[in-house]
Design a protein around this ligand. Structure first.
Ligand code: NAD
Length: 706
């Protein structure tokens, strides 16, 4: 008893639970019920992976033209994710028109003819494009159909004897179809199956996933869950006590060491694979990943490639395994070794392209690996943006789960190479890539901003993120930093922002922040050195401590940040942009603020020296000089405003108008104005500018640079 109970508890935790709420569903239209079911299914990643799977319902609607009842196929359209989609994510097609397309089918390569015709079947002017999977629903004569990619079922589907295993689990309730590429041909095979097996509740597709159906949305949902849970239970029972990945070979390193190694190799990999497009990295050292990468069969299983088409479209046909010898080499030595492995992968990929290409295949795409597996350390993924890199990692975790399941009960089989190629280089896939919107100017770029929780820092973060950059916010103020991070996550999503506490005067803290940028995003492209304070007092009343504090933060701090930025940018070897937030006071002397002005002048001259040193490595260094940015700035909320008001013999309330009237253009300067100049220097628009200064001060003759 004492043994059985925990086992049952463990098993039941694997099962997907029924979350259908009758009260909520009452009163929903058939289309709303379909959406409800789709969101329930898609929001549990054990049921289907991100962006994977689709659902449909055949619904009687009033034709807006004739007022007659017509049957309409509601089916998840191209793009989007089941878990978060809205009603506008479904394509709607007149069933009779869709069925009338069959004469256009001329064998297995007919999809490029048929897919463009689906839009001619559109019901009610719905602009959502119908996907390649439409016939897998439209040709199946069942009211409600689900197509999911649960790991447990793909494990069965990707086993060498998947037909026999399917029979063993389900008997004649669930059928089995051999691998057929998704498209019209598979739709016809599904139709034939349902006609010949009227009692079947679904069918497993070899190397792919599962189809399930029923007469109502609720019954379809429950059937789908039941089919998945039966496979999960069966697999768990059969896998008990087995070691599908062989013996554990490389133990996981402690978490700090794993991050250190990731931080050392990610910038190096990033530099080597960012030739045409900058890539952003993602690091995953979850238990499932560590078990797989540390296992005896790692290389053999990785070489077999992934199976479900959704998996390898995201992860590429194989990952790259990078063995790290923790006992005999440092992280830096390891990092210097990755180049030949990356080059070999490219050659292997090019050979695969040459072997499998057909007349008229699209040109070879980026030959670099997406997934990098490091025994003892974890998994690194790279893509053109952070969300895509993270999702590629999640897909490889799905693939690991599939390999674990399949290897426990049978022999795991990847998709045959030619089939994988035909999907990867399918003209419809190519057309989808061509339709993708042009990336934003800073897509794939990583920016680190010191003083990121302050007025100018936060405005700069927003400006750079609007242009597509990922941002690491660094600041000494813990509370302000976590508030700023939370605010940016609300606005831009969790993927693209991270925070790292720093005191720019502390060498160890600065090193740690750049390390965070390296393992959280893969490296760095843009460094905004902005942390700052202000102080004012006549020189005869300035304490040594005040003098040194200004020097420590505004001069030494900028040196420490730049030194670290240089090291990281040089490791990547793809250039970069450093921007200092200086001050009008760096150029123009100001009464009663000698410590601040002198420290800012030192900062400015440091930038000029670094522009000289950085140029051969493509590292640009420029300065933005703000003046009198009162709104949003925390400097102006403290003593500084009081001191300045005293200097100008006015009140703090009057200060903004005094500065405005003092400017040549008679305008106030806001953090967003400063951020605009920073964004220019950070971007390729300024690719031919280094050692430069932009004053953002509404005009101040004393600060003219020449
Ligand atoms: P702010 O006070 O709103 O932001 C500065 C941020 O730097 C704060 O969040 C603060 O916590 C952080 N910081 C301070 N010391 C730090 C340290 N040792 N390590 C890490 N972070 C630290 O002020 P702001 O106006 O946004 O100023 C940003 C930069 O602009 C500063 O360098 C400042 O000198 C410069 N500047 C501002 C003005 C202006 O009028 N606001 C004018 C000229 C120059």
């Amino acid at each position: 008893m004492s043994v059985v109970q925990p086992v049952q508890a463990e098993l039941s935790s694997l099962l997907v639970e029924n979350r259908w709420n009758d009260a909520l569903a009452a009163g929903m239209t058939p289309a709303q019920l379909l959406l409800y079911r789709s969101n329930l299914l898609g929001s549990d990643k054990r049921i289907t992976n991100f962006g994977g799977g689709n659902t449909s319902a055949k619904v009687v609607e009033k034709d807006p033209l004739t007022g007659q009842d017509v049957t309409v196929l509601w089916v998840k359209g191209s793009g989007g994710d089941l878990g978060t989609m809205k009603l506008d994510g479904f394509a709607t097609l007149y069933m009779d028109k869709f069925l009338s397309l069959e004469p256009f089918y001329r064998g297995k390569d007919s999809d490029s003819v048929l897919v463009p015709l689906y839009s001619h079947c559109t019901f009610n002017l719905n602009p959502r494009a119908a996907s390649i999977d439409t016939p897998l629903h439209g040709l199946v004569d069942r009211a409600h159909v689900d197509h999911m990619h649960p790991d447990a079922l793909i494990a069965i589907a990707a086993s060498a004897d998947s037909k026999a295993l399917t029979w063993e689990i389900y008997g004649d309730e669930i059928g089995w179809l051999p691998w057929i590429r998704p498209g019209y041909e598979l739709g016809l095979a599904l139709r034939k199956f349902t006609r010949e097996n009227p009692k079947a509740r679904g069918v497993v597709l070899e190397a792919h996933g599962v189809f399930t159906w029923a007469d109502t949305s609720k019954a379809c949902y429950e059937n789908t869950l039941d089919v998945i849970n039966r496979a999960t239970l069966w697999l768990a029972e059969k896998s008990r006590g087995k070691q599908p990945f062989g013996a554990a070979k490389v133990p996981a390193l402690p978490v700090e060491k794993r991050r250190e190694v990731a931080a050392a190799i990610m910038p190096r990999i990033r530099g080597l694979i960012s030739g045409t497009t900058r890539k952003v990295g993602h690091f995953d050292d979850s238990a499932a990943v560590l078990e797989f990468v540390g296992s005896e069969k790692l290389q053999a299983l990785a070489d077999l490639g992934t199976s479900c088409p959704d998996h390898f479209l995201r992860t590429k046909i194989w990952p790259l395994v990078l063995p790290f010898d923790a006992a005999n080499e440092s992280a830096e030595q390891f990092a210097r070794r990755v180049q030949p492995a990356i080059e070999q992968y490219r050659e292997r990929y090019a050979a695969y392209y040459e072997r499998c290409k057909r007349p008229g295949s699209p040109k070879m795409r980026d030959p670099n690996a997406v997934v990098y597996l490091v025994p003892g350390v974890g998994m690194i993924t790279f893509a053109a943006d952070k969300a895509t890199a993270r999702i590629a990692g999640e897909f490889y975790v799905n693939a690991i789960n599939v390999m674990r399941g399949a290897a426990a009960v049978s022999t795991y089989r990847g998709l045959p190479e030619q089939e994988a190629f035909d999907i990867e280089y399918w003209d419809l896939e190519e057309a989808k890539l061509q339709r993708m919107p042009k990336p934003k100017p800073l897509a794939g770029r990583v920016a680190l901003i010191t003083g990121g929780a302050g007025g100018i820092g936060l405005a700069t973060a927003r400006r750079l993120m609007d242009e597509g950059a990922c941002v690491v916010l660094c600041d000494i103020d813990h509370d302000a930093l976590s508030e700023a991070e939370a605010e940016l996550k609300r606005q831009y999503g969790n993927d693209v922002v991270a925070s790292s506490w720093v005191d720019v005067t502390r060498e160890d803290a600065v090193v740690a922040s750049f390390r965070d940028s390296a393992w959280k995003f893969g490296g760095l492209d843009i460094c905004i050195s902005n942390a700052g304070i202000a102080s004012a007092s006549p020189v005869d009343q300035t304490s040594l401590a005040t003098w040194q504090k200004n020097m420590d933060i505004l001069s030494t701090g900028y040196f420490l940040v730049s030194r670290q930025a240089f090291q990281l940018l040089k490791t990547q070897n793809i250039g970069g942009s450093i921007v200092f937030i200086g001050s009008k006071n760096a150029l123009a002397a100001s009464p009663g603020a000698a410590a601040y002005c002198t420290a800012k002048a030192a900062e400015l001259h440091l930038a000029r020296c670094l522009a000289l040193e950085g140029a051969p490595a493509g590292i640009r260094v420029n300065v933005v000089n703000p003046d009198a940015v009162l709104r949003g700035s925390r400097i102006w909320q403290g003593e500084w405003a009081q001191q300045r008001a005293e200097q100008y013999k006015t009140s703090t309330d009057e200060l903004e108008s005094i500065y405005r009237e003092r400017s040549l253009l008679k305008r106030s300067v806001f953090p967003e104005d400063v951020a605009e100049a920073v964004a220019f220097f950070a971007s390729e628009r300024a690719s031919k500018s280094t050692g430069n200064i932009i004053n953002v001060d509404a005009g101040n003759a004393a600060a003219f640079t020449r």
